[in-house]
Design a protein around this ligand. Structure first.
Ligand code: SF4
Ligand code: SF4
Length: 61
């Protein structure tokens, strides 16, 4: 089971995660990233983690 944690305190709302996720799991809500899609569709590519400039996304299995 995949778990996605976003440290919304540190998110700067750049939208990188929104743009790179191939299954569109992220949306900006109040100028911060939030997972609004179905986490079960995550393909564990880790593009979100690596594209986040402040490293505030953590994916765990
Ligand atoms: S690991 Fe890949 S598929 Fe999963 S949330 Fe991040 S960008 Fe999307
Ligand atoms: S890439 Fe990181 S800083 Fe940018 S919106 Fe996503 S979580 Fe926030």
């Amino acid at each position: 089971m995949v778990k996605i944690e976003i440290d919304r305190e540190r998110c700067i709302g750049c939208g990188a995660c929104v743009n790179v996720c191939p299954v569109s799991l992220y949306e900006l809500v109040d100028e911060k990233s939030r997972v609004t899609g179905n986490v079960d569709t995550c393909i564990l590519c880790r593009a979100c983690e690596t594209s986040c400039p402040v490293g505030c996304i953590k994916i765990t299995e």
